[in-house]
Write a protein that binds this ligand. Structure first.
Ligand SMILES: Nc1ncnc2c1ncn2[C@@H]1O[C@H](COP(=O)(O)OP(=O)(O)OP(=O)(O)O)[C@@H](O)[C@H]1O
Ligand SMILES: [Mg+2]
Length: 258
């Protein structure tokens, strides 16, 4: 459903965060990005919905084509939900109001200040029910636990009716039981609604248990792309122990020429 073609990102001339990368993401698959801090996981995720503008290369959607205009990027983002480590919920709003924020992309901020159609409220209630939090619909999210807040984050993503969910360390600040529940939910939702989920994680064991596909990054390079069943332990330990030189502009010179 989404192709990254020869995509690279440099934040400065001598600092390549993502070397030229080709990656196809399929509907209904749960992809986990692994790699040491600074490997480029967040950069790759943020390039997928053009929150970062790639330095070279393109993002191609099966439905919209090359995402090369503001209108196409807006349309792509409407169908691409994001989930963050710190939830990014509005703490004084209720779970229901936070879930409804998933409609902002469809209505804009000002329209969100007016009462929304009943169908939209129903969508948000259904999403809260899906994540097991219907009884907390009227509770301000600041009164919820971290795991519950992350589930409200998932509900907000679902209200967006996305084709793809990008999750940057969605369980980094959760206890193990809550992390399991959040990742289990994401995997179920991915399968039942044929949504592509791409999540960055730091816990290899969780990647093994929940992912359909594991992509390993090292200094901006994809060095591993496999399924958990054939995950090679030696490769994995290299991913976390090698101190290879960071990607340099030389790495992406051929892509510029291409
Ligand atoms: N906005 C920015 N400006 C400059 N450099 C950046 C910026 N964002 C990321 N970088 C650099 O790009 C590289 C990749 O960073 P990125 O945040 O993508 O890594 P990561 O794998 O998500 O790391 P972590 O596991 O710590 O979240 C790093 O060297 C980082 O310092
Ligand atoms: Mg990151």
């Amino acid at each position: 459903m989404l192709n990254l073609r020869n995509l690279s990102k440099s934040y400065a001339a001598d600092a390549v965060a993502l070397a030229p990368t080709n990656l196809r993401i399929e509907r209904g698959s749960f992809t986990v990005l692994l790699g040491q801090s600074g490997a480029g996981k967040s950069t790759l995720l943020r390039c997928m919905n053009l929150l970062e503008t790639p330095s070279v290369g393109e993002v191609v959607s099966d439905t919209l084509g090359i995402l090369d205009s503001p209108a196409k990027i807006r349309a792509h983002r409407r169908k691409t939900a994001m989930i963050f480590q710190q939830h990014q919920l509005l703490p004084r709003l209720t779970s229901l109001q936070n879930a409804l924020l998933g409609r902002i992309g469809n209505h804009g901020m000002l329209r969100m200040l007016l009462p929304l159609p009943e169908a939209e409220c129903q969508l948000a209630l259904d999403a809260l029910e899906r994540v097991g939090l219907l009884e907390k619909a009227g509770t301000q999210v600041r009164h919820l636990s971290g795991g519950q807040q992350q589930r409200v984050g998932i509900a907000r993503a679902l209200v967006q009716q996305p084709d793809m969910i990008l999750a940057d360390e969605p369980v980094a600040s959760l206890d193990p039981a809550s992390a399991d529940r959040v990742l289990g939910l994401l995997r179920e939702i991915c399968r039942e609604r044929r949504i592509a989920v791409v999540a960055s994680l730091h816990q290899v064991d969780l990647a093994r248990r929940f992912a359909d596909r594991i992509v390993g990054l090292e200094h901006g390079h994809i060095v591993l792309d496999t399924v958990p069943a054939t995950l090679d332990d030696a490769q994995l330990s290299r991913l976390y122990t090698t101190a290879r030189a960071p990607a340099t502009p030389t790495h992406f010179a051929p892509a510029i020429a291409a």
